[in-house]
Design a binder for this molecule. Structure first.
Ligand code: AMP
Length: 423
């Protein structure tokens, strides 16, 4: 995969991709033109099926527009999106549209690459619902809605788990009874894969190297957070597991925890399975530790002397450091550490604290470079440092569009090759 526009072989070939991220009551979208990787429009429909749904649409030309009401389901929401795009001359019936690219959270062990959705792929995504009960059904709704609207166009599923499929078996296995694990599809899948793929590749480009020649630790620190160890462009370990709950301390998720804790809560505190789930996913992490999940607020409180906020920050940083050290050991040689997502891109204090004391591993940040604000990928370690520390803004929608377009382009070329001898 490259960041340069891919040619479909003809100047009239369609080059637009509509990226859809369908949630249970929301639909996020971006229309990209892959001729120059530009964004033609972005938007969001929220509270679909609820009392006060809302669509916010922003075309490239600017001028944010809002609509309320009338979105009883995802089909109505997508129809409204289509109308908004048509008003900008970007209708979904346009021959310029090459494909839809759908974010799908769980691809299980089956999907290591993006795929064009057919009935079999839909059924497989459905089969994986027990692994992602909130996300996969919502993603499927988006796919089905788009297939109904444009049955003639390729609908490409891009999986959050796919980039991590290259993890060796010993990194993907939990040390539990193998037969039980296999029967219930229990293994480490990892998430945020499109971000880890994009950032590790961009980081190699920042170093002026081929991804195949670079070992990177990617730290995706947003409201959800995950780390990955990427060796020569391939993921060899990642911190999220069967679900996005494992690993780093997150906004509201605990990350790593003794597996006996939920058992204890159920036995000794009488908590139900759902209550335990809710505690670990929604009332833990930074929120659980100090009542706030926003790193800006935690830094502000901590600077003002608030001890709970300070402890939350320290727990967060301690876990992060442990993963950096672990992945340095997994990789053997580390060329770069890349910070990304809301916290990673914006919180200089987190970056500074995460590498403080790791000088023996070759890691440090230059205080001045670290505090420069920019939307561009940038190096924040000193020149000549053994390990480059970088900030690399992520772009999951662009990655989904690129993967979609590359697949559709390949399919088109293949079809042309088959057609040529017959025509
Ligand atoms: P994301 O999930 O990638 O959108 O990241 C969202 C999180 O990024 C928020 O919950 C904040 O904690 C964090 N964030 C955004 N901007 C800043 C900032 N300027 N400083 C610190 N944290 C930030």
């Amino acid at each position: 995969m490259t960041d340069s526009p891919t040619s479909l072989g003809s100047p009239d070939s369609p080059t637009r991709v509509l990226v859809l991220n369908s949630g249970s009551s929301s639909l996020k979208y971006q229309l990209l033109d892959m001729a120059d990787a530009s964004r033609l429009a972005v938007g969001l429909v929220e509270r679909i099926g609820e009392a006060d749904p809302r669509l916010v649409h922003t075309p490239r030309s600017g001028g944010k527009r809002e609509r309320t009401g009338g979105f009883a389901d995802h089909a109505a929401a997508l129809a409204a999106v289509s109308e908004e795009l048509a008003a900008d001359g970007l209708g979904l019936d346009s021959p310029a549209l090459a494909a839809f690219g759908h974010r799908v959270v769980h691809g299980g062990s089956r999907f290591g690459e993006p795929v064009v959705v057919d009935d079999g792929v839909e059924a497989e995504i459905e089969r994986l619902v027990p692994l992602a009960p909130l996300h996969n059904p919502a993603n499927l709704t988006g796919i089905r809605t788009a297939r109904e609207l444009r049955p003639d166009l390729p609908q490409v599923a891009v999986f959050d788990t796919a980039f991590h499929r290259t993890m060796p078996e010993y990194a993907a296995r939990y040390a539990i009874d193998v037969a039980t694990a296999d029967e219930h599809l229990i293994r480490r899948y990892g998430f945020h894969g499109t971000s880890h793929a994009y950032v590790s590749r961009k980081c190699a480009a920042l170093l002026g190297k081929d991804p195949a020649d670079v070992n990177v630790i990617v730290l995706h620190l947003g409201n959800g957070a995950s780390a990955s160890a990427v060796a020569g462009g391939r993921c060899v370990d990642t911190s999220m597991g069967m679900t996005p709950l494992e690993g780093l301390v997150m906004g509201t998720r605990s990350g790593d925890i003794d597996p006996a804790v939920p058992l204890h809560l159920q036995r000794a505190a009488g908590m139900s399975v759902d209550e335990t789930d809710e505690l670990l996913n929604k009332r833990s992490g930074l929120t659980g530790l100090c009542g706030d999940n926003d790193m800006r607020e935690i830094l502000r409180r901590s600077d003002a002397g608030d001890q709970r906020a300070r402890l939350a920050f320290d727990v967060y940083i301690h876990r992060l450091k442990k993963y950096i050290g672990a992945y340095a050991a997994v990789l053997g040689r580390v060329d770069a550490v890349a910070f990304t997502a809301g916290v990673g891109e914006n919180a200089a204090a987190v970056r500074e604290a995460a590498v403080a004391g790791l000088e023996p591993l070759g890691l440090s940040v230059d205080p001045e470079r670290n505090t420069v604000r920019s939307d561009e990928p940038r190096i924040i370690s000193q020149d000549g440092a053994r390990v480059v520390v970088a900030v690399v803004p992520t772009d999951e929608e662009l990655e989904i569009a690129q993967q979609t377009f590359a697949l559709v382009g390949t399919e088109n070329v293949r079809k042309n090759e088959i057609r040529t001898p017959l025509s």
